[in-house]
Design a protein around this ligand. Structure first.
Ligand code: PEP
Length: 247
């Protein structure tokens, strides 16, 4: 199959106040000249202003999490419908920081993904093993299990992208060997093909974990890597665009 445009998504995590909007403005100004799709996920407090800022450009705004329910007594949470109203088009679900710090299991990630679909958001579903799991020879098994449990049956290449993010590579500057990324991405593709056939062939598989402008091109050269999910290097427009230009 011919490969879709690469998707480069930025995750600001709990970083960024109003003054950081100028970085988003600079990203938006350059997004139209890129060969890839570009999405930036600021903290929820900035989603509405960021979405207004990028209107008319090809930069899209996403959120970093959503609740599974559309509304209700869930203090502190935000629904997928609210994110859509604020101007988001994408949402990250199942990030390892949430799987670990908030004990989010794959069944909950699947429920949040269904909420994203219900509201019309594209879900960027994160999976990835810890270092202990890799050392125990369980990386492939953990990723396959998270993938199977986190994806609803109605996932398509349009409403879903998968991000493989080995936990030990996030924010550490440690990037897996190309063969390690290739092995996991090929296995994910096999699993998605078996379950979703054509949709599984076309679904974009991102790599995430210490991606920088300097290592992006070699990561994008790995088979079945259709983009990146970027944390630290998405905070500054110059760094983020450097990655996007390698895609
Ligand atoms: C992330 O948290 O999704 C991530 C990939 O972070 P970093 O790029 O900073 O490793």
């Amino acid at each position: 199959v011919s490969r879709p445009r690469r998707l480069i998504a930025g995750n600001w995590k709990m970083n960024g106040t109003g003054e950081a909007l100028r970085e988003i403005e600079a990203m938006a100004a350059a997004a139209g000249d890129l060969a890839c799709d570009l999405v930036l996920c600021p903290p929820s407090t900035l989603v509405e202003r960021a979405a207004r800022l990028v209107r008319g450009t090809s930069l899209r705004i996403g959120a970093q999490d959503c609740h599974a329910q559309p509304a209700g007594a869930f203090t502190g949470d935000i629904s997928a419908e609210m994110l859509v109203e604020a101007g988001a088009s994408h949402v990250i679900v199942g990030h390892s920081e949430r799987r670990m710090a908030y004990a989010e299991a794959s069944a909950l990630v699947a429920a949040k993904t269904r909420a994203a679909y219900r509201a019309g958001l594209v879900a960027i579903i994160c999976v990835g093993e810890t270092e202990a799991e890799r050392d125990a020879g369980r990386a492939l098994g953990v990723v396959a299990e998270q993938l199977a449990g986190s994806l609803p049956d109605d996932a398509t290449a349009q409403n879903t992208a998968i991000a493989y993010e080995p936990v030990w590579a996030i924010g550490t500057g440690r990037v897996p060997a190309e063969e390690q990324i290739a092995e996991i991405h090929a296995a994910m593709r096999q699993g998605l093909l078996a379950r979703f056939s054509t949709a599984g062939a076309e679904m974009r598989l991102l790599y995430g974990g210490s991606v920088k402008a300097g290592n992006a091109a070699s990561i994008f050269a790995v088979p079945h890597v259709d983009g990146a999910l970027v944390g630290g290097a998405s905070l500054k427009a110059e760094d983020f665009l450097g990655i996007a230009r390698a895609a």
